[in-house]
Design a protein around this ligand. Structure first.
Ligand code: MG
Length: 172
């Protein structure tokens, strides 16, 4: 398991509506619109969790945390990350790196990029240089270009958890 390397992909699209919060990577991004969602609508964390879970061959976020379950209403998506990380570690794996793209027209990512990157690194127990976040505009095209939606795409590299293996080896 130690030398295993796996790649996972997560994509999440949310409708943008006036008067809602826009939270990305656990960071509040002020603006005229925010995500319509059952949970807090953090599309970046949802995509990151799906990328990580997918790489590990585990159930996806929608299966683990149903949007029909009232317990998940308005829920802080950072809790989803903690659970994804717990499941990953139980499988003897850990996150090695994350690379993310946020596509949005009126949500300005650049001023918050550093904070989002640091938050993602913290949530997935990674050094900041192992996490990257890019903002892209929709070039005025489609639902993203019209400012009606925001999409996050994340690629995760997942590998064997050396620390867990070391702990297991020394616990006998
Ligand atoms: Mg979502």
């Amino acid at each position: 398991m130690i030398d295993t390397l796996r790649i996972g992909l997560g994509i999440d699209l949310h409708r943008l509506v006036p008067g809602k919060r826009c939270v990305l990577g656990g960071v509040e991004v002020p603006g005229p619109t925010g995500m319509e969602a059952h949970s807090d609508g953090d599309a970046l964390l949802h995509a990151a969790c799906d990328a990580v879970l997918g790489a590990a061959g585990l159930d996806d976020l929608g299966t683990l945390f149903s949007d029909r379950d009232p317990r998940n209403r308005g829920r802080d998506s950072r809790e989803f990350c903690a659970e994804a990380l717990r499941l990953l570690r139980a499988a003897g794996l850990t996150v090695w790196s994350l690379d993310a793209v946020i596509e949005a027209e009126r949500v300005r990512i650049a001023p918050h990029r550093g904070a989002i990157r640091a938050s993602l690194a913290r949530l997935f127990a990674l050094a900041p240089e192992r996490v990257n976040v890019k903002g892209k505009s929709g070039e005025g095209l489609g639902e993203i270009g019209r400012g009606e939606a925001l999409r996050a795409t994340v690629v995760a590299l997942v590998g064997g958890d050396r620390d867990a293996a070391r702990r297991a080896a020394t616990s006998d």
